[in-house]
Design a binder for this molecule. Sequence first.
Ligand code: CDM
Ligand code: ATP
Length: 337
Amino acid sequence: MTTGTQAHSVTVRVPGKINLGLSVGPLREDGYHELSTIYHAVSLYDTVTVQPAERWSVHVTGPWGERVPTDESNLALVAAKTLAKRRGRRAKVDPVRIDIDKHIPVAGGMAGGSADAAAALVACRELWGLDHVENDLLELVAASLGSDIPFLLHGGTAIGSGRGEQVTPVLARGELHWVLWAGEGLSLSTPEVYAECDRLREEAGVEVPAPEPSGALMAALRRMDTDEVADALCNDLQEAAVSLQPSLAEALAAGLDLGARGALVSGSGPTVAFLVGSQTEAIDLSVGLAANGPTGDIVRAVGPVPGAQIVHHRSGPEPTRPRTDPDRPGPLGPVVG
Ligand SMILES: C[C@](O)(CO)[C@H](O)COP(=O)(O)OP(=O)(O)OC[C@H]1O[C@@H](n2ccc(N)nc2=O)[C@H](O)[C@@H]1O
Ligand SMILES: Nc1ncnc2c1ncn2[C@@H]1O[C@H](COP(=O)(O)OP(=O)(O)OP(=O)(O)O)[C@@H](O)[C@H]1O
């Protein structure tokens, strides 16, 4: 902050993501897979609040709160401490208490932990007045902590390359409507799903080509034609996720039978994303799934939405960055609102 006054608390809202396309290349020597993905941030949000405290801590509430670790492994806490170390010598920072209101499914393939890490970075930069920490450095710190985290700073719809940490926004107009289904008691570990993908490929003896973004999906997004997007949805990890969690096949089929235009496993799963044509179709599908689908949490969402954004300062100074409409995808970096 430029005023020298420190905010007493900063609250950031951060969305979950789905991957509209996920092309997984060969395993690299560093243990990651080269990939090309089209990230899409959707309106299912966690809220992360930071405030100065005597010691570092994290507290989690909300529908998925009980599944989130509150020890040193919490990704929001790891992110805050990493930023504190990278702040530069002159800036003094205090420990923070982090409160997370958790609505993004845990271990669901929607990058919930990554979202909280991105939110903690944006919130702590503001709380500590680290104006000198530019977006580039914030992105570097984000990428060092997880492949999906840089995207959660951007939001919107964007191509991810490298191991997913290199993010380029995609110009897409209009909105897509989604119904998200998180099966009761289901979770998948991301490394295990990648390993299963490798195993299935080896078993099939297929040569793994370099990953590429889907031309059909990019064209469909430019036109924002729901049926075209539905036909172009693709996820190289889906077969592996279904292999580890066979009940996902039933969920995918149930949504399509009940009128979804398209369906895919989100990232490494097991959350399933159903694409529909309107809010009315989303309501119809949610009701149909609740009545006749497999048991799980059902949430309606739209995308694209912006990444981690400051939504509240308590007893803080005037915002230092321009206000923008929080419901529209914004430029890289936090927007004070
Ligand atoms: C499945 C996706 O959500 C799709 O966006 C991401 O690729 C996963 O991203 P993430 O959860 O941020 O993953 P990271 O925390 O960076 O990596 C966790 C583990 O996933 C595997 N991993 C991740 C990213 C990648 N490009 N190749 C991989 O093989 C590796 O085993 C890695 O050790
Ligand atoms: N703040 C957090 N929120 C959720 N999980 C966290 C958090 N911090 C650490 N974790 C741990 O990370 C693991 C993965 O959780 P997460 O919700 O990020 O999975 P995911 O959505 O499948 O990830 P991705 O889509 O990025 O592969 C959880 O099992 C949990 O133990």
